[in-house]
Design a protein around this ligand. Structure first.
Ligand code: AHR
Length: 512
């Protein structure tokens, strides 16, 4: 008897996966840029100073989009400092992270890096210390055709063709008292509406993300979104939500692995709030959700901010968390939560990519390696394309304070019609093996094509420079198909991927 039974039914569709769901984030913070993606003089650096070892890992991770340049950093950033001849760029004090910013990397450089890697940029404008004009000018600089001041400046800097940056954040976390320029929802809503209108006058094709809440525990969560959307309704295509989960805030690993329930509630609340505003306005518009900062964060354990009394420093080591297997499984549950909400979540950014709350870590002048959490992300970015199907699950539960009974197995199924495949992603949250049997309803004959497991006897094992592959996926051997059902045993505390492909020729797993 399996511990859990499920039904995967193509008649029950959650939504289509947007390519931008597999985004990440590079902020001018700590060693994310300097020593992370950019390190001239590193043995692997190319002529432009980009670390090729990091480029390779970002490609392997399957990241589709990267948000830049912040984060809190953007709220004090003058984008003009970071373009033009490097030797003429000013050195500035970055107040967000108490760092010295050389401006060696700026907008043109970052956009060149995204092209090198092969991913889409998502830029944020400064609505903290700057405003409508600087935002408008940056859109003109990036997307304008030659023949106007800022587009011509770009061309003079060696980039005659417009970049065509599609997705833009209207500031960052403006609801947070820590944010430079933090303000009320009403003031921010007006500023976002004005800036968004001005930016669209330059390029009507851009998509705009208004700032939502920095977390579900913010005192203004809900009311902030309602007010901002009410005022900035015409310009907002998306509203952001940010969510980080600190393992130190949970009593047990089981409690920690249930953190994705908070993200699911947050997504549902923001979607309902946006739809309530739409109804009030008599609008059929459906605002997209941009979960443009999400991750686990060992906030209490590692230094995330510089000493407020200490000196400003160049690329200080900040938030260089080491992710263990528990973190990787939490990230797996958060990825499943995002997939389960593809009807509303259009954009999501694992925050961050390199060295800061990182998926990838580096040593200055030395190695780059994958954190444990890199692996579930890479699996989902590679195989989680297409349509998310309903995954009705009846299985064991366990009690989590504040949540009630939580499913021991968290799982989702994604069908890629073009590839004729169905992939099941599953986390076993318990410390005992669990058998899962899933009925494959109306999906035609399928065979197990790939089965990967991420686990370890030690839930706190992690990858280090000395042992970079301690936590890495291993092939699974016990996934079987029989009588239209998938049976698989999920090892204790594990991340599991089972890809099924058409066993009888084109079309049986496909549908339309
Ligand atoms: O990702 C680190 C920081 O977390 C970002 O700068 C900020 O937006 C959030 O509070």
């Amino acid at each position: 008897m399996p511990d859990a039974r499920a039904v995967i039914d193509p008649a029950v569709v959650v939504g289509q996966v947007d390519d931008r769901l597999f985004g990440s984030f590079v902020e001018h913070m700590g060693r994310a840029v300097y020593g992370g993606i950019y390190e001239p003089g590193h043995p692997s650096a190319n002529a432009a100073g980009w670390r090729r070892d990091v480029v390779e890992l970002v490609r392997e991770m399957g990241v589709t989009l990267v948000r830049y340049p912040g984060g809190n950093f953007v709220s004090g950033y003058d984008w003009e400092d970071g373009v033009g001849p490097r030797q003429a760029r000013p050195t500035r004090l970055d107040r967000a992270w108490r760092s010295i910013e050389s401006n060696a990397v700026g907008t043109d450089d970052f956009l060149a890096w995204t092209r090198l890697v092969g991913l889409e940029p998502m830029l944020a404008v400064n609505l903290g210390t700057r405003g409508v004009e600087a935002a408008r000018n940056l859109v003109e600089y990036c997307n304008g055709q030659a023949g106007s001041r800022y587009a011509d400046w770009r061309a003079a800097n060696g980039h005659p063709r417009p970049y065509g940056v599609r997705t833009w954040c209207l500031g960052n976390e403006m609801d947070g008292p820590w944010q430079i320029g933090h303000t009320s929802a009403i003031e921010y809503g007006r500023l976002a509406a004005d800036a968004g209108r001005a930016m669209r006058l330059v390029d009507p094709s851009i998509e705009l993300v208004a700032c939502g809440s920095s977390g579900s525990k913010m005192p203004t969560f809900g009311s902030w979104e309602e007010t901002v959307l009410d005022i900035a309704w015409e310009v907002a295509d998306h509203i952001s939500l940010h969510s980080y989960y600190d393992p130190a805030a949970y009593e047990t690993v089981g409690d920690y692995l249930a953190c994705s329930l908070d993200l699911e509630r947050m997504i549902d609340t923001v979607a309902a709030t946006a739809d309530a505003v739409a109804d009030r306005k008599g609008s059929r518009k459906r605002i997209g959700l941009s979960v443009d900062e999400w991750n686990v964060w060992h906030f209490a354990e590692h230094r995330s901010r510089e000493d407020p009394e200490g000196p400003y420093r160049v690329a200080p080591s900040l938030a260089e968390d080491e992710h263990d297997l528990a973190d990787a499984l939490a990230v797996g549950c958060l990825l499943i939560a995002l997939l389960r909400h593809t009807d509303r979540v259009r954009i999501a950014c694992l925050a961050q990519l390199v060295n800061v709350i990182p998926a990838i870590r580096t040593v200055d002048g030395g190695a780059a390696w994958r954190q444990a959490s890199f692996h579930p992300f890479a699996d989902v970015a590679r195989l989680g394309r297409g349509t998310v199907l309903g995954f009705a699950l009846d299985g064991p539960t366990y009690r989590v304070d504040g949540e009630g009974q939580v499913q021991a197995i968290d799982a989702v199924a994604v069908r890629d019609a073009a590839a004729g495949s169905v992939t099941v992603f599953a986390v076993n949250r318990l410390d005992r093996p669990l058998g899962l049997e899933a009925e494959l309803r109306n999906l035609g004959p399928l065979a197990v094509d790939e089965h990967r497991i991420l686990t370890d006897p030690d839930i706190h094992a992690s990858n280090t420079a000395a042992d970079p592959d301690r936590i890495a996926p291993r092939p699974g051997v016990n996934a079987r198909i029989g009588a239209g059902r998938l049976s698989v045993e999920l090892p204790p505390r594990s991340w599991n991927v089972v890809r099924l492909t058409d066993a009888a020729g084109e079309g049986s797993a496909g549908g339309t």
